[in-house]
Write a protein that binds this ligand. Structure first.
Ligand code: ASP
Length: 436
């Protein structure tokens, strides 16, 4: 009870931090438009002060992600008890991830197709945005080009590297989490086969690691209200209300779609699949949503998701430990929705019509890239550059929307992590009473 009250207090403070940071950012941006000296000071405060403070908070959270994903997934798998159960829960989880991600991508396309926010977009605004954010887009293109494949052998090796690299630590150091997930699944599965006393010892160790990581997060979260104000100031001071106005329709449609996901689609899944009260569930999930909003990172939100699922949403530890680390890495509904919507918007801005067949392929690409995207701020952007090129659109077109991406990233991360919790609730409801 006491912990829940502290949680609520902290999250109220984080929301105030968001608001204060955004208002200061708008003010700074406005001052900067009136005077060059003021602009230099505002930029210095954004890059030299607010950015590093925000990063200390984010990096403290990232610091715990690797040990936490490994420890919670390995204990989650091993405490499921037998291979059959792991297979059953694994198959259900994978089906949920794929179907909801596919649905989300289709929703993004449908909304953009019917509302056409990019049709008739002012060509001079388009040119202005392309030149202002062209540098950032070029960096993304360079990242995308580095992982491009030309031959079948290269493509095969790329897929292998995605799941089974020669060196797991090398992949992890680049924040590529899929190999770690595969390793943790194998580790947990074969831990089940070791002698009972050895197994218990190892599970005890892993649980201690998880516990320590969660405590570090608790410490980092104390910085959250202040750090979040800094993070949002650094973004808003640079783009201001002006840029937002130019892309208002695009931003509003995507944010509206996120709300549909959160308050219509997920409640339906909760009522019909998990048989629980959506209102109570969403209320319990608030700490997770606020953490996602403030970090724009599914990975950094994982410790909070694990704690909330167990303590506030009644998900048993083995199910939470299995579903949530997988979800934070693989299940990104908000990202798939955003990707589909962004590609169609860019197509509309450039006056390109994508046929129904092309849009079908686009849905598949959104699902695959959402699974592959890293759960970090802007994790899906380098993959999106490749998707744009694949459907015949100029990859640097992404520059048009880069300036407002942080806002959408906050929103899509909330949808991503809430989807993971909904999946955990469904799996929990299928498992029957505890101890069976
Ligand atoms: N920031 C998102 C997440 O961590 C990934 C993305 O779509 O950029 O879930």
């Amino acid at each position: 009870m006491e912990a829940a009250r502290q949680d609520d207090n902290l999250h109220a403070k984080v929301l105030v931090g968001l608001l204060v940071g955004a208002l200061l950012g708008l003010l700074g941006n406005w001052l900067g438009t009136r005077d060059e000296d003021a602009k230099a000071v505002v930029r210095f405060l954004a890059d030299g002060v607010a950015h590093p403070i925000g990063q200390v908070f984010l990096r403290l959270l990232f610091l715990v992600v690797v040990p936490l994903v490994f420890a919670s997934l390995a204990t989650g798998v091993s405490s499921l008890g037998d291979f059959g159960k792991v297979g059953r829960i694994g198959a259900r989880t994978a089906a949920f991830f794929l179907l909801t991600t596919g649905f989300s991508a289709v929703l993004g396309l449908l909304l953009m197709d019917s509302l056409q926010p990019g049709a008739g977009f002012d060509p001079s605004v388009r040119a202005e945005l392309l030149s202002s954010f062209g540098g950032d887009a070029a960096e993304l293109q360079a990242t995308a080009a580095a992982s491009e494949t030309k031959t079948t052998l290269e493509a095969a090796n790329k897929w292998l590297d995605m799941f089974l690299p020669r060196n797991v630590l090398g992949a992890v150091s680049r924040m590529e989490m899929l190999p770690l997930v595969v390793f943790a699944l194998l580790f947990g599965a074969f831990l089940m086969r070791t002698r009972a006393e050895r197994r218990e010892q190892m599970v005890g160790w892993l649980e201690t690691v998880s516990e320590i990581m969660v405590s570090i997060v608790g410490f980092a979260m104390k910085l959250a209200p202040f750090a979040v104000a800094c993070l949002i100031y650094a973004v808003v001071a640079k783009f201001g209300a002006d840029l937002l106005a130019k892309l208002a329709a695009y931003v509003a449609i995507i944010l509206g779609a996120y709300l549909l996901q959160l308050f219509v689609f997920y409640p339906l899944l909760l009522s019909f699949l998990a048989r629980r009260s959506p209102l109570e569930f969403l209320r319990g999930a608030i700490p997770v949503m606020v953490t996602a909003l403030s970090t724009s990172s599914s990975s950094a939100t994982l410790p909070t998701s694990l704690r909330v699922a167990k303590e506030r949403l009644g998900v048993r530890p083995a199910v939470a430990g299995f579903v949530l680390p997988l979800g934070a890495t693989l299940n990104m509904n908000g990202t798939a929705l955003f990707e589909g919507a962004l590609v169609l918007f860019i197509a509309q801005v450039f006056g390109v019509d994508l046929t129904l067949g092309q849009q079908g392929i686009l849905v598949l690409m959104c699902v695959v890239t959402a699974v592959g995207a890293a759960g970090v701020p802007g994790g899906s952007l380098p993959l999106l550059v490749a998707v744009l090129a694949q459907v015949g659109l100029p990859p640097d077109g992404i520059a048009i929307v880069l300036g407002v991406d942080r806002i959408l990233d906050m929103g899509r991360t909330v949808v991503n992590v809430t989807g993971d919790l909904v999946c955990a609730a469904w799996i929990e409801s299928k498992e029957g009473p505890r101890g069976t």
